[in-house]
Structure formats: C-alpha cells, structure tokens
Design a protein. Structure first.
Length: 149
C-alpha cells in the first residue's frame, strides 16, 4: 500500500527512514507495522498475507487508514540468542548493528515454527556476525551455498 509523502510527513515529520505505525486499517486494529521508504518522501506499507486475508482485501481494494507513529514498539533480543552471541564472542557486533538491522535477525528467528529451525537460525545469525554479514548478506550467502530450505 502506497503512502504519499504528504501523509508520511503528517505521521513522522522529516523522517526518511523506516518507522513503525499503529492504528486502524478499516476496523482492524494494528500495531508495529513498518512504513518503508520508497524515495521522494513516499513510503509503502507492506501487508502480509494473513493481514490481507483478515481485512478481506485484494490488489486494488480501498482501505481506510487511521495511523500514527508507534513509539511504543520495541523488539527485544531474545535471551537464547543473546546467550549464543555472547558465548561466541560476537554479542558486541550484534549490538553495534542499527536497531532496524537487529530487528531483521530477531523477527526471522522469532518466526521459526519449530525449535530446530529456531536453533538453525540462531546459528546462522552467529555465523553472520563472525563473517561481518548483514541480514541480507547472510541470506544471499546461505542461498548461494544451498543452506536455506
């Protein structure tokens, strides 16, 4: 969903990077949704499949928005990930990443459906820190080396 520069300025003046919003999409309350910059001051609000299904929306549908910046949104580093990073001596590297970059790793790990997948993802995150990779670089590396399923 496209968010014009004018509307983005009302939500968070002078911001040019991604930020989180909360509010209502039609009659559905939402929080922690990311507005992603598209250039020229405009943003895009990606809606995942489950939210689109809940809203009963398809491409081109009209959607009523009531949004504000979500200043309460915070993603904490899970304790198990923190311990793994600390044991391997790369916690400082992870903590040096911009908050938004840490959140990519954290959300990816937290979205694992099984403990085995979670452990694999934490190991991949530790390796990414050892190699100095960003989340995107890690994913590309893993795909190239056929380590992603």
């Amino acid at each position: 969903m496209d968010i014009s520069a004018d509307i983005a300025q009302q939500l968070n003046p002078e911001i040019k990077k991604s930020f989180r919003v909360k509010g209502m999409l039609d009659h559905t309350p939402v929080s922690g949704l990311a507005l992603l910059p598209m250039g020229g001051g405009s943003f895009i609000l990606p809606l995942n499949a489950s939210l689109r299904e809940k809203l009963k929306k398809t491409e081109g549908s009209i959607l009523q928005l009531r949004l504000e910046e979500d200043q309460d949104f915070k993603i904490d580093t899970p304790e198990d990930l923190r311990m793994c990073l600390q044991e391997e001596g790369v916690l400082h590297s992870f903590d040096k990443l911009p908050k938004s970059h840490r959140n990519y790793f954290i959300n990816w790990i937290n979205s694992a459906k099984t403990i085995e997948t979670r452990i694999k993802r934490m190991g991949m995150t530790v390796n990414a820190m050892l190699m100095g990779f960003s989340y995107a670089e890690m994913i590309r590396y893993e795909r190239t080396n056929n380590n992603l399923g």
